[in-house]
Design a protein around this ligand. Structure first.
Ligand SMILES: *Cc1c(COP(=O)(O)O)cnc(C)c1O
Length: 375
């Protein structure tokens, strides 16, 4: 099976982890700080605070800008549930905004959703393709909101050479196993704001500040959302490879773009020439003529060894959300969900693998096309 995404762990990654395992500090040592400095330097942000997951990082980021009971965030339904879950965890309500045909939040619909309770806009760089962050920032500024960018797919993505992580008030990255680089589980928030950085560190570690000698003081409610030293060592080692990983995913992406160009049964998502995508996912959009056979196409691709996936079931369609907020439907989101299929694209693949994926996909698509769907 060629999965849609996977990690690449090499000997030097293993050596970096082993070295820490043999050292005096498994947690709360120097590696975490070194990793934080490296991430901040890479994306061009002043502060980086790492966490044991992007989920905890989101939780901390929402808390740091004061999101709490009765507040609202405006976010996208085409994301992993953690994006909106962590706002709910603080008593806030996610307001879902419809998306564009690239899977990113539609900035044109945001202002209509702003209420006196809105605290933040939370976009997701879907598949690694940058959101319209400058427009989002100016809407936020006009209305006194914060922008918290969930860039879990987008470490290494950039706009005119400037990395994602240098634009929003806070930007969140994930180091889950199959994200652009990995620490096993892990996440980070980057920010230029010193107050946020301080709040994020407190939230990560019990709200405790050190005073003198044995004396410490717990000044706010916090958790244990810390990253281990060996995870940070893996992250440091992986970060050195990020540009190589992106180059490989980019070559595969370009190859697919060319193979699939002009196909009448599905389309791909173009990346603007001024932008770079980390290519965490390679999404296809099936045309309506294939929507009714999508399950068959998915199953056959799986049977034939392609670990395809669909990103994402709209968050509001989950039972938990339906029970909380009732049924809702956003038309572009629904259409995107019916169309989307992510095919394998990762740094462990060769160009031969990519050719095999493209050949198999084209064969299977054409096999099911004859049935057609009425729409
Ligand atoms: C993976 C992911 C998360 C959660 O990341 P974890 O590190 O697994 O907690 C959040 N948002 C998006 C968009 C993701 O893809």
């Amino acid at each position: 099976m060629i999965p849609y995404s996977t990690q690449l762990i090499e000997e030097d990654d293993i050596a970096a982890v082993t070295e820490v395992l043999k050292s005096s500090h498994l947690t709360q040592g120097a590696k975490v700080e070194e990793f934080e400095e490296a991430i901040a330097g890479y994306v061009g942000a002043r502060y980086c605070i790492v966490f044991n997951s992007a989920t905890s990082a989101l939780h901390a980021a929402y808390d740091a800008c004061g999101i709490g009971h009765g507040d609202e965030i405006i976010t996208t339904p085409i994301s992993f549930v953690a994006t909106s879950n962590m706002a709910i965890a603080l008593g806030a309500k996610p307001i879902f905004c419809d998306i564009k045909n690239d899977g990113n939040i539609d900035e044109n619909f945001i202002e209509a959703l702003i209420t006196p309770r809105t605290k933040a806009i939370v976009p997701v760089d879907f598949a690694g393709k940058p959101v319209a962050i400058k427009v989002l920032n100016s809407i936020a500024k006009k209305h006194g909101l914060k922008v918290i960018e969930d860039a879990s797919h987008a470490l290494g993505s950039s706009i005119n050479g400037e990395k994602i992580g240098s634009f929003a008030d806070m930007t969140v990255f994930s180091f889950h196993a199959i994200k652009p680089i990995t620490t096993g589980e892990g996440g980070a928030v980057v920010t230029d704001n010193e107050e946020f950085a301080r709040a994020l560190r407190l939230f990560r570690s019990h709200g405790i500040i050190k005073k003198q000698l044995w004396n410490s003081d717990m000044v706010s409610l916090g958790y244990n959302f810390r990253m281990t030293e060996f995870a940070a060592a893996l992250g440091l080692s992986q970060l050195k490879k990020l540009n190589r990983f992106i180059d490989i995913r980019e070559s595969i992406g370009h190859y697919y773009d060319e193979r699939f160009q002009g196909h009448n049964l599905f389309s791909t998502i173009p990346i603007d020439s001024s932008e770079q995508s980390a290519r965490h996912l390679y999404p296809l959009l099936l045309s309506p003529a294939l929507h009714c056979v999508k399950e068959d196409i998915f199953s056959e691709l799986q049977t034939r060894g392609l670990g395809v996936q669909v990103h994402y079931k709209p968050i509001y369609q989950n039972s938990f959300y339906k029970e909380l907020y009732g049924e809702m439907r956003l038309s572009n989101t629904e259409y995107f969900y019916r169309s989307e299929l992510s095919i394998p694209c990762h740094q462990k693949m060769t160009m031969e693998n990519a050719a095999h994926v493209a050949d198999t996909l084209l064969e299977v698509i054409e096999k099911y096309a004859y049935r057609g769907c009425s729409f």
